[in-house]
Design a protein around this ligand. Structure first.
Ligand code: BEZ
Length: 209
């Protein structure tokens, strides 16, 4: 097999990166992409990441011609157009908008959870903004409650962009915010996640210990 012509600038802890890696595994494309780790935080930017990606998004995909695609939603769409199996992002119709909306809910959980991680891991404890942290937790709780109430059958029906995104969001909560104990109020989501987290794509992309 020839060397990969594309490079995914990534951080193995990022749930946004994990979505892309899971889709690559699920569609058999993992060998098409070289992984390049970039250690970056909001207060420690990386010059290599900012080339063609001035906001410094992670993940970013450097193509063979040097162009850079970002963010994770664009990269998912790109790779979903590059395999011959059933699309993991429906191409049209109401299914497209519903599945992308479920994926957006999962992205919202990730956004809140990553911001909480930055607030607690990077800022000095005496500068933590407790009310802001609680509102991020509330966003996550509300979104999980809606998924628990309305979306279990849809998540169970295929492991597509919606299910991949929700699975990566839950994996990140376990990784960085186990204190939230999200399973207590969401038993159906917990049962669904217990199953999908055993897929080879999820096992291969677990965050570092
Ligand atoms: C983390 O360490 O939790 C993290 C790192 C990069 C992006 C998002 C999260």
């Amino acid at each position: 097999m020839s060397a990969p012509s594309m490079t995914l600038l990534h951080n193995p802890a990022s749930p946004f990166v994990r979505k892309v890696r899971v889709l690559l595994y699920e569609t058999g494309q993992q060998d098409r992409v070289a992984l390049q780790a970039v250690l970056v935080t909001p207060v420690n930017p990386a010059a290599e990441l900012n080339q063609g990606n001035p906001v410094g998004k992670i993940p970013a995909l450097r193509l063979a011609d040097g162009n850079v695609l970002h963010d994770s939603r664009v990269i998912l769409d790109y790779f979903d157009h590059q395999h011959v199996g059933n699309p993991l992002i429906p191409r049209e119709g109401s299914a497209r908008w519903r599945r992308l909306t479920l994926a957006s809910m999962a992205d919202g959980i990730m956004d809140a959870a990553v911001l909480m991680r930055y607030e607690t891991a990077l800022r000095p404890p005496d500068k933590h903004w407790d009310q802001w942290l609680e509102e991020q937790r509330n966003k996550i709780r509300r979104t999980l409650a809606e998924l628990e109430r309305d979306a279990i059958a849809e998540l169970t029906s295929h492991f597509d962009v919606a299910a991949i995104s929700v699975a990566c969001a839950l994996g990140y909560l376990d990784f960085r915010h186990p204190d939230m104990q999200w399973r207590l109020d969401n038993p159906r989501l917990a049962a669904w996640y217990a199953e999908v987290s055993q897929r080879p794509s999820m096992l291969e992309t677990q965050p570092p210990v």
